[in-house]
Design a protein around this ligand. Structure first.
Ligand SMILES: [Zn+2]
Length: 461
């Protein structure tokens, strides 16, 4: 019988429903490949050389594991399967490293390196970020290869890095040095959350992140609160007011130079029309009164700038003493889209703080964490993949102009000039960097069907 798109998807789902995908993911989760603990460097290497590398070789890829160009960071796997240079070449990406296990913090009965099914979830470190996501896509690929008698009908290149959880260290240098080998027509890959667990999502970039510290140092040490309190300046109070000058009581950013200069682009607004955000799991609430007034939740997270105080400190909270503290510091973050120039963040803040009466607050350690990236949501590749997904799933796919969080898409845009098509399989309640990380089974199953359809369609004439 001639295999069809439908039969390939049916075979992939049969594999999934028989528990075989879960088994495969269990094996990957069992490798404690955290990049945040140097003691696990052999596990990180094993993830590439002992697990994913051999799997890719079985699928006819030529595989290479390269040392990271920045010493002390994890290796990078590349693989390619070239059938016909005249056919499209797709680049896909994933990361085999995870954050720390945090073994002792998981709920009873759960452990980071053992995949555990409970209800509609698969628990385990890396199930969502990112092992489960790239494993879904490669499993889909396997089924298209089988259905097409060992052919894909297109060319595929793969980059699997292992320092993503340390800020993708070395990836930029690596891609810059391998532009010819990694040349492709489009990047299609998976990471991060859907807009809601039941909404198939396609994202064409990511927001960037920018960090800085606000620092107020007034004196060499604390002074007695009885003898000095009331007549000497309290740095914690001044810093709190300075933060209040940056962002109002309801989360509206007051440093207007941080915002998209021409407002939200029409293409972004149009893509987000009707995109309903839901808070899932026990993660957090969506507070309608928080953030830029007049915007929907989706516009705030995908189309605008956010300001977050990651941590702040004055004195010693764990051991308070009767003293006016000598200093206060706040570690801050901005999440931004390509509609803002990050070179403006520090100068705009300095001018704003000076004008607001806070010249004594210093801005230190300012810099970009991950740059922002965005492919135009109207790009033909976006339309192609969206149509393919909607065909496989029989449902509308929500296109977002960029994900809220960071991914290293900018690296592929800068050096390979590829459009970005991210198809996340997780959701915002997945606890990916804390204890109890999990992947929802239903979206994983849908992701497998969607990717089998996408890989199939890429090989069509
Ligand atoms: Zn992560």
């Amino acid at each position: 019988m001639m295999a069809t798109r439908e039969s390939a998807i049916a075979a992939a789902l049969e594999f999934f429903d028989a528990g075989k995908f879960r088994e495969r993911l269990s094996d990957l989760v069992a490798i404690p490949s955290t990049s945040q603990d140097p003691g696990h460097a052999p596990d990180v290497r094993h993830y590439l050389e002992g697990a994913t590398g051999p799997w890719l070789e079985r699928m006819g890829f030529s595989v290479q594991v390269h040392p990271n160009p920045l010493p002390g960071n994890g290796p990078i796997l590349t693989a390619e399967r070239i059938e016909d240079p005249a056919r499209p070449t797709v680049l896909t990406y994933g990361h085999g490293d995870t954050v720390r296990g945090l073994d002792e913090q998981w709920d009873a009965g759960l452990r980071p390196w053992v995949l555990t099914e409970a209800g509609d979830r698969w628990y385990g470190r890396g199930t969502a970020d990112n092992k489960g996501q790239h494993a879904i896509n490669l499993t889909a690929l396997e089924h298209v290869l089988a259905a097409r008698g060992g052919k894909l009908g297109f060319n595929l290149k793969i980059v699997l890095e292992t320092s993503e959880e340390r800020g993708s260290k070395g990836l930029r240098e690596f891609v810059a040095a391998h532009t010819e080998a990694l040349k492709a027509d489009v990047l299609i890959a998976s990471d991060g959350p859907r807009v809601a667990s039941h909404v198939p999502t396609l994202s064409t970039g990511t927001r960037g992140s920018f960090h800085f510290d606000l620092v107020l140092k007034l004196r060499p040490g604390g002074v007695h609160s009885g003898n000095w309190g009331g007549m000497t300046t309290d740095p914690a109070i001044v810093l709190a007011h300075a933060i209040g000058a940056i962002c109002d009581r309801n989360g509206k950013i007051l440093v207007r130079g941080w915002l998209p200069r021409n407002g939200m682009p029409n293409s972004v607004r149009a893509a987000l029309a009707g995109c309903d955000m839901v808070a899932e799991g026990e993660a957090a609430t969506i507070d309608p009164g928080w953030g830029e007034p007049g915007f929907s939740a989706a516009e705030k997270i995908y189309g605008w700038t956010s300001f977050i105080v990651l941590a702040m400190l004055s004195g010693r909270p764990e051991n308070p003493v009767n003293a006016v503290a000598p200093d206060a510091v706040a570690h801050c973050q901005i999440r931004y889209t390509v509609d803002v120039d990050p070179a403006q963040f520090a100068p705009a803040l300095r001018a704003h703080l000076d004008a607001a009466g806070f010249p004594e607050i210093a801005i230190e350690h300012a810099g970009i964490g991950m740059p922002a990236s965005r492919t135009n949501p109207d790009d033909p590749w976006v339309g192609f993949v969206r149509a393919s997904m909607e065909n496989a799933l029989g449902r509308r796919v929500q296109v977002i102009p960029n994900a809220g969080g960071g991914l290293p898409g900018d690296v592929f845009v800068d050096y390979l000039h590829v459009p970005l098509v991210w198809i996340p399989h997780s959701y915002n309640g997945c606890k990916q960097h804390g204890p109890n990380e999990h992947l929802l089974i239903a979206p994983a199953r849908e992701g497998l069907a969607a990717f089998t359809g996408i890989w199939w369609d890429l090989g069509e004439k």
